[in-house]
Design a protein around this ligand. Structure first.
Ligand code: NAD
Length: 254
């Protein structure tokens, strides 16, 4: 089992790897011996995360790209291919949220959320599948949400995009499982990332209401999600394909 958790320098791409769950995922993967390619829009954020990972002995490279943009994803895949030729894993973690009832949701916000949460997964998977198929036992993890399997007030675009990620994952697992490429979705419950902490600090989110939804009575730390993401990418999860892995402290069971 422990042997299968080791990456031996193989490359794993993590989108949104500069902060929150993505950074925690990159950290776990680096601890497991992966060379981690973290992708995001802001170089300073990425360099700061990379410095943290390297200070702990991790191998990490930084790539600046907006993964909701097809042209930028194509350039990213070309750069990764030029550097390493292939990748072992892809974690599609980048995403965002916007709160409003559907009747008040501007079209451009709908498209922005769909772009960041769903188009990004399509663009990244399409661009990286050829590089993944060059590796032994490759794997994709698509980070959805507990709100991809249940609804939540005031999050029409978020819930729609994450539900789509869950079922896109199942679909891809059918087409690519037979080629040896595993594809799974990971559905975190409420997690104390910088984004969620910011919502709480600004009074946009009531932490007690979130805690009340979760049977463990608390929010997750980012590493509690990142550890599961890293496991799913690894060969230790070698028979998991098309799974919807809910890591929510018991939020969706009640
Ligand atoms: N935190 C939670 O409670 C929670 C719960 C369920 C699901 N999730 C999902 O987990 C993922 C990570 O969330 P988080 O809370 O850590 O968020 P976060 O905002 O703290 O980190 C996300 C990172 O992705 C980057 N990013 C966003 N859009 C991007 C784009 N178009 N191109 C490149 N990078 C982009 C951000 O800049 C940021 O660095 C998201 O997909 C989110 O929907 C989070």
């Amino acid at each position: 089992m422990l042997r299968k958790l080791k990456f031996n320098g193989e490359v794993v791409v993590v989108t949104g790897g500069g902060a929150g769950i993505g950074k925690a995922t990159a950290d776990a993967l680096a601890q497991m011996g992966a060379t981690v390619a973290i992708v995001g829009r802001t170089r300073e954020t990425l360099e700061s995360a990379a410095a943290d990972l390297r200070a702990r002995g991790g191998a990490c490279e930084v790539f600046v790209a907006d993964v909701s943009r097809e042209d930028q994803v194509a350039a990213l895949a070309a750069a990764v291919e030029g550097k390493w030729g292939r990748v072992k894993g892809l974690v599609n973690n980048a995403g965002t949220n916007f709160r409003t009832p559907l009747a008040d949701l501007p079209s451009e916000k709908w498209r922005e959320i769909m772009g960041a949460n769903l188009d990004s997964v399509f663009f990244m998977c399409r661009a990286f599948i050829p590089l993944l198929l060059k590796s032994d036992k490759p794997s994709i993890v698509n980070v959805a949400s507990s709100f991809g399997v249940i609804g939540n007030p005031q999050m029409p675009a978020y819930c729609a995009s994450k539900g789509a990620v869950v079922n896109l994952t199942r679909q891809m697992a059918i087409d690519y499982g037979r080629k040896g490429l595993r594809v799974n979705s990971l559905c975190p419950g409420p997690t104390l990332s910088p984004r969620v902490s910011g919502y709480i600090e600004k009074g946009l989110t009531d932490p007690n209401a979130l805690k009340a939804q979760v049977m463990l009575g608390r929010l997750a730390e980012c590493e509690e999600i990142g550890d599961v993401a890293a496991f799913l990418v690894s060969d230790a999860a070698s028979f998991m394909n098309g799974s919807t892995v809910v890591v929510d402290g018991g939020q969706t069971i009640n």
